[in-house]
Design a protein around this ligand. Structure first.
Ligand code: ADP
Ligand code: MG
Length: 626
């Protein structure tokens, strides 16, 4: 069965045109049903549901997959897809909750499942009753707030903008969509929910909720990786008590109407998360604050200070709480020449950033893998730039030798006071001892191309014991306290699993084992990509941004599906956008021509003959500006 991520990718590939989103989501869902073997489940549900029958509000078509599918509210389908949830989330079928649907697209005349528009008094039913006899309400958020939070944070974990856009296209005038938009756009969060969003970190909340809904989080596609957790600190419990049995029963009844788990489970989650927040606020800590580096004529002296990650990386909204921990930041007495400059347009992806910072704080070896152009190298470089951390990169894709890494004897001629010349040999350090002996973030790039003799050297470096240079009398170079080591690769180090990275070698497990923090870096999500193009091509209008962004989606998918050999990197599509901008001024009256020229100039003319055919096909379809 496809993972949800792939399914969502599929939706993206088919574009977001109003006409296609609904059938696409449905088509996806159908496949999900078939792949997941849910057919029997559906029959079971149908046969026991009182929606089936002949009344005015009953599904008349036979209980087939397509009949069922057509009757489902699209938001329910989206919900199932997003949460990778099974039939258990379709309580609505058993309870027969229906909503009329007057839209022309509806085949059945009504929708089956939760409506995003909750009946207004539902909150009252549940919460007013619960709190009437209780001086302290047992839950201080309303059901609809709870649902919105789930919707928003879950969307956040995937790609808020896409999900909201998709919903908005289906529910065009819905006030709910407006509400969700406002919430996603942090400025508009209502008071009570903003407190809540701040209280819980996005990823934990999502993980907890997901676990709750489907039992496990097997593919680990969302939520923070457990490996990112540091030793649990002592926790203090500020637990919400359970309502007494009678009240619980009442609340549970209402919750189950809404397809939600029982209140005991929900309170359990809230309590667990509250603990988690406590715990998190005490970690992680930068133990090396105050570490120093002594300079020379060329390099400045410096010391480590700490600052909050959310400030350093300029994060906004909910992300601030997740990144509310200290990171080391260097202060230099003059500009360090090896600190990279910040790219103001760089878009940090939350999860990847978290892993990289975690590796820096805990001095763990970190391996980033992902397709070429997904931004692995730039991520490490930009983290260094923001932390004012010197950065050095070795690219193993090139013919780098053991001597380049370690160093070599160099002959120099010197003349004494009598004018006699003599030749002496001295050892000049290679790049490894240079970066290790300073406070560098070292980036070993394209590590999966490393040659075995070179990887042997690298293994020593990874061992923490220091690097012994036999060529220089067995001198041992101990790593600087603030030396940090990252590796990147297109593969996970076990050879070319995609058939597109010839030359990627399987690395020894002993070698890979030295890396304890791993992160998969994917191509930027669509909304970030749009932002990047927009920032670099300010005169393009929304339709142009959409065209380019859709093109990039299809191009990347063609690459992932091995239909073309050449991916498109952010550099590539920004160049396309800029060329479109420029050609607009040349071909003022002919937008299509401007697009075609820009496309040829930046993409087609560098493609191989085979790639060109495929890419041209995508372009012809998407760059039709008529
Ligand atoms: N998140 C991002 N925001 C802005 N630019 C990015 C981002 N990720 C990658 N880029 C740009 O894309 C190009 C390729 O990135 P790079 O780090 O070289 O990819 P990789 O190392 O994965 O092959 C670079 O020009 C980089 O500036
Ligand atoms: Mg790279």
């Amino acid at each position: 069965m496809k993972t949800i991520e792939q399914l969502i990718d599929d939706v993206k590939v088919h574009g977001h045109s109003k006409a296609s989103i609904r059938p696409n989501i449905r088509a996806l869902f159908e496949q999900y049903l078939v792949d997941g073997g849910f057919e029997n489940e559906i029959h079971k549900h149908f046969s026991s549901s009182d929606i089936i029958g002949t009344g005015a509000k009953q599904i008349n078509p036979r209980p087939t997959i397509s009949g069922f599918r057509d009757a489902l509210a699209v938001e329910v389908i989206a919900y199932i897809l997003l949460y990778d949830a099974g039939m258990q989330s379709l309580e609505a079928i058993a309870t027969g909750e229906m909503h009329e649907d007057n839209s022309a697209k509806s085949k059945t005349g009504f929708r089956l499942g939760h409506s995003l528009a909750w009946p207004e008094d539902l909150d009252l039913v549940i919460f007013a009753k619960a709190s009437a006899e209780d001086s302290e309400p047992s839950l201080s958020i309303s059901l609809s707030e709870w649902m919105e939070i789930i919707a928003v944070v879950t969307a956040e974990a995937w790609d808020v903008a896409d999900v909201i856009d998709a919903i908005a296209e289906i529910e065009q005038d819905s006030a709910k969509v407006k509400g969700i938009r406002e919430m996603a756009d942090i400025g508009g969060v209502p008071e009570s929910t903003s407190e809540l969003l701040n209280k819980w970190s996005t990823t934990d909340l999502v993980r907890e909720i997901t676990d709750l809904i489907e039992g496990t989080d097997e593919d680990g596609t969302y939520g923070a990786d457990d490996s990112v957790n540091v030793e649990p600190a002592e926790t203090k419990t500020t637990a919400y008590p359970l309502p007494d049995e009678d009240k619980s029963r009442l609340i549970d009844l209402a919750l189950s109407q809404a397809g939600l788990p029982p209140v005991a489970e929900m309170i359990g989650v809230i309590n667990k998360l509250t603990d988690e927040v406590e715990r998190r606020s005490s970690i992680p800590t930068v133990t090396d604050a105050g570490a120093t580096a002594t300079g020379d004529e060329e390099l400045p002296s410096g010391k480590v200070t700490t600052a909050l990650a959310c400030d350093v990386f300029g994060l906004k909204g909910v992300k601030r709480k997740t990144f509310n921990f200290n990171v080391p930041v260097w202060e230099w007495d003059f500009d360090h020449p090896h600190v990279p400059s910040k790219d103001p347009n760089y878009q940090f992806q939350t999860e990847a950033l978290m892993r990289v910072l975690y590796a820096i704080i805990t001095n763990s070896r970190c391996y980033l893998h992902g397709h070429t152009g997904s931004g692995k190298t730039t991520l490490i470089e930009q983290v260094a730039a923001h932390l004012n951390y010197p950065f050095m990169r070795v690219n193993f894709d090139s013919e780098i030798t053991r001597m380049d890494l370690i160093g070599r004897d160099v002959l120099t001629t010197s003349t004494d006071e009598h004018g006699n010349q003599s030749t002496v040999s001295s050892f000049v350090d290679g790049i490894l001892p240079q970066m290790m002996s300073g406070p560098y973030i070292g980036c070993f790039d394209e590590m999966d191309f490393v040659r075995p003799d070179v990887s042997y050297v690298m293994q020593r470096v990874l061992e923490d014991k220091g690097l012994m240079i036999t060529e220089d009398g067995g001198r041992i170079v101990a790593p600087h306290k603030m030396f940090r080591m990252f590796a990147t690769g297109n593969t996970v180090g076990q050879g070319d699993e995609f058939g597109m990275y010839q030359g990627a070698r399987p690395q020894s497990l002993a070698f890979l084992d030295r890396f304890t923090v791993w992160a998969h870096i994917d191509y930027m999500p669509k909304h970030q990509r749009k932002k990047l193009i927009e920032a670099n091509c300010p005169s393009l209008d929304v339709a142009d941004l959409d065209r380019i962004s859709n093109y990039v989606d299809e191009h990347l998918q063609a690459f992932k599906d091995s239909k073309v050999m050449q991916p498109i990197s952010p550099r590539g599509y920004v160049a396309l956008g800029q060329a479109v901008q420029a050609f607009y001024t040349f071909f003022e009256t002919d937008k299509k021509k401007a697009f075609d020229q820009a496309f040829e100039t930046t993409i087609l003319d560098r493609a191989t003959v085979q790639d060109r055919v495929v890419l041209q096909g995508i372009g012809n379809r998407l760059f039709d500006t008529e």
